[in-house]
Design a protein. Structure first.
Length: 121
């Protein structure tokens, strides 16, 4: 089945290329095998080859992650929650500083921001 789909899509890519690319970009015509190679190359570079879960999508995965995180949070002691929050603050601080975001030197990951910095009056 996969081979038949690849063959059909390669044929479509070949015909689309040969119809559009020479007239638009003045490129040469390609063969069926070049179209198949182009299709495989583009899949590798842009999409990768990975197995999709049947019926799964990004929103279901996110919803499942949130459900697991809430269950994990509910099972934590107050000390574990504080330790988790401190770790997340450190992570956010590291990411922001790595990407060159301006972070005042005196405001580290576990320190409160000044009152005006959080939009408070």
């Amino acid at each position: 089945m996969v081979v038949a789909i690849l063959a059909l899509v390669s044929l479509v890519v070949e015909h689309l290329w040969n119809w559009l690319m020479p007239s638009i970009f003045h490129l040469r015509l390609i063969t069926y095998w070049e179209a198949m190679g182009l299709l495989v190359l583009s899949k590798l570079l842009l999409g990768g080859f990975h197995k999709h879960a049947p019926g799964g999508n990004r929103w279901n995965e996110r919803r499942e992650w949130k459900r697991r995180m809430k269950a994990r949070w509910a099972g934590m002691t107050p000390e574990e929650r504080e330790r988790f929050k401190a770790g997340m603050d450190q992570f956010k601080y590291d990411v922001k500083s790595r990407w060159g975001c301006h972070i005042p030197r005196e405001q580290g990951p576990n320190q409160e921001a000044p009152a005006g910095a959080r939009g408070e009056a």
